[in-house]
Design a protein around this ligand. Structure first.
Ligand SMILES: Nc1ncnc2c1ncn2[C@@H]1O[C@H](COP(=O)(O)OP(=O)(O)OP(=O)(O)O)[C@@H](O)[C@H]1O
Length: 592
């Protein structure tokens, strides 16, 4: 495995948290030396006590050593706590930065990525609690440094007595190293396998706890079904985790037995050394501790190396998510301005588009010329490609073949801010922001939020004013009830808010995807009666299933199977006696 992600992580932390890196390195070295100091004190103390028991020596030496021992313990405790404090502070800061980086990415990637399950799985894995995972490999590396310092100091001591003691202590730890390395890898693979299952479980849980789904869960009696599927996914997840845990523990029993065997062997060696060489009782006690300490340090290092391997896989996953060559960030657009005012209009030239992973093209060879100031209605059956066409028209999706030009400038050459400033869209599934009425309307242009007159004109045109006037706090009334007490609106009222949002923006091209679907007939009539006025100075494209509304347009486009099959004014299309006439007469029948 490349050391890439670890150095990348260190570099990242070094930029913002240099003090943490330096302090952790220094503290690790100091903490690494404390066991050796401890051992030396213990050895001297045992020798002093032995001398006292044999009638020699004096108490002051033993007391001094006890004081040193107390200070070493105190220092070790202080250093550990200082490290924990530093870790916590860094983790909190880092959590913010890492989560922000993820959100910066998710809000700039091309929309198509959201149609890919692997991208959604990746978001699920990286979007929370990253700081801990991020710091862990660095802490593990520092811990390895600390254990190595301890190990080297112990080995020096063992070597000074007899080389075999050092050898046995080192050999004992190898089996564990292999076992832990293997399981670190397994745990990561398990997480990769679990992500889709966990996401599914969370989605089902979401359906059972959220307000939006609460009605249908009751009405369609989904409780047992949802609980059943959720339990299945949840349990499968847990079972996999438990199975790995069990295998890991089983193997660890074996390695523990091996470690114990080597330890007993080392104890025998110490006795043999004690017989052959002249060592003090303090040395004898210290040797036992040093052998055990060496093995424990090696075990710790082995464990940390294995965990480090695992943590680096998580890190790699995080960096992979941010890597533009894996999930491309903002599409490389040009820097040109959006032509203002439009002169020649917008031309769609032989455009085709296929959703990622989809066999069938959603748009096929679509050509269309939109004149400045023109109002165009798009009609067609469900799934005929109307929404896809407007998504391409506003540059949300990159067309795969063909080209869309604005006054002759290819759309991909226009800077993104320019594009979204000049094109305003309200989709069928527009957002209902849990914000105030004012924010909901001005959200596309917050810098103009204080423009009271503009807000009120737009609100009156979209029919928002009539119901906002009844709210005690007027435009500052909070909408939605997820976070605080607020007003809840009807579907039609929300649609009026969305319409107001579109009208508030200064875009030259206004795209409305079924702008009146949720409105009552009176409100719908009003919108269309004022449509001329509402769209004054703008080019408008709107999708509608209501043929009566489509009639108001200068031109109607009829779509079928991703293609434009008819185009013209209402009269021309009726005279054509084709798809439009079929749809129109079918709807007209209802009113006869
Ligand atoms: N995100 C997506 N991923 C894959 N296929 C999609 C996606 N969105 C739409 N499609 C497919 O593209 C085709 C055109 O869909 P589109 O939403 O453009 O239709 P529409 O005419 O707007 O339909 P409606 O009248 O129901 O709103 C459909 O076959 C649909 O299944």
């Amino acid at each position: 495995m490349k050391s890439n992600e670890l150095t990348q992580a260190v570099r990242y932390i070094w930029q913002g948290h240099r003090t943490w890196v330096i302090c952790t390195a220094v503290l690790s070295l100091m903490l690494g030396l404390t066991p050796a100091v401890h051992l030396w004190v213990a050895k001297e103390l045992v020798n002093e006590v032995a001398a006292l028991l044999n009638g020699g020596g004096d108490y002051s030496g033993a007391f001094q050593l006890l004081v040193v021992q107390f200070l070493v313990l105190l220092l070790a405790s202080l250093l550990t706590k200082a490290q924990e404090l530093l870790d916590k502070r860094t983790e909190l800061h880092l959590d913010h930065d890492l989560q922000r980086a993820v959100m910066e990415k998710t809000t700039t990637v091309p929309l198509e990525l959201y149609d890919r399950p692997d991208f959604q799985h990746a978001i699920e894995r990286v979007h929370g609690g990253q700081a801990h995972r991020f710091l862990t490999p660095i802490k593990q590396s520092m811990d390895i440094v600390r254990q190595l310092t301890t190990l080297i100091s112990f080995l020096f001591y063992l070597l000074s007595v007899h080389w075999t003691l050092a050898l046995v202590s080192v050999v004992a730890a190898f089996p564990l190293l292999l076992v832990l390395a293997r399981f670190g890898n397994k745990r990561f693979s398990l997480m990769m396998f679990q992500t889709p299952l966990a996401r599914e479980a969370r989605y089902l849980q979401h359906l059972m706890v959220k307000r939006e789904s609460a009605k249908e869960v009751r009405l369609f009696q989904l409780r047992d079904f949802l609980l059943g599927v959720w339990s299945d996914r949840f349990r499968r997840n847990q079972e996999e985790t438990y199975r790995l845990f069990k295998r890991e523990k089983g193997t660890l029993v074996l390695t523990d037995a091996l470690t114990a065997f080597f330890y007993v062997g080392a104890a025998g060696l110490i006795i043999w050394v004690a017989r052959a060489a002249t060592i003090t009782i303090g040395d004898f006690v210290a040797l036992g501790q040093a052998v055990q300490g060496t093995q424990s340090a090696i075990n710790q290092i082995a464990g940390q190396i294995a965990r480090l391997y695992e943590s680096r896989l998580y890190l790699r996953d995080y960096f992979r998510f941010l890597d533009d060559s894996v999930y491309e960030s903002r599409v490389d657009r040009g820097t040109k301005s959006f032509p203002a005012p439009l002169q020649a209009g917008i031309s769609v030239e032989r455009v085709s588009f296929r959703y990622p992973g989809s066999e069938r093209p959603a748009l096929q060879d679509v050509s269309l010329q939109i004149q400045p100031g023109e109002r165009i209605a798009i009609v067609g059956d469900n799934g005929s490609g109307k929404t896809t066409l407007v998504k391409c028209l506003m540059g949300l999706y990159q067309v795969q073949t063909g080209c869309i030009r604005v006054d002759g400038v290819p759309m991909q050459d226009i800077a993104e801010e320019q594009l979204f400033h000049n094109i305003t869209v309200i989709f069928q599934d527009f957002m209902r922001y849990d914000f105030t009425v004012r924010q909901n309307i001005t959200i596309g242009q917050l810098e103009a939020a204080a423009d009271k007159e503009r807000l009120e004109t737009v609100a009156a045109n979209a029919g928002v004013e009539s119901f906002v006037a009844r709210f005690a706090q007027g435009y500052d009334t909070h909408l939605g009830r997820s976070f605080q007490e607020g007003e809840d609106l009807s579907g039609g009222q929300w649609q009026k808010i969305a319409l107001a949002r579109a009208l508030f923006s200064e875009g030259q091209l206004l795209i409305l995807d079924e702008p009146t679907a949720a409105l009552d007939p009176k409100a719908e009539m009003e919108v269309f009666e004022h449509f001329d006025h509402l769209t004054r100075g703008k080019t408008a494209v709107f999708i509608s299933h209501r043929m009566a509304a489509a009639r108001m347009a200068d031109r109607i486009i009829v779509m079928r199977d991703g293609q434009i099959c008819e185009m013209g004014t209402h009269e021309q299309l009726i005279a054509l006696e084709g798809e439009y006439k079929r749809m129109y007469t079918m709807q007209a029948q209802w009113y006869r």
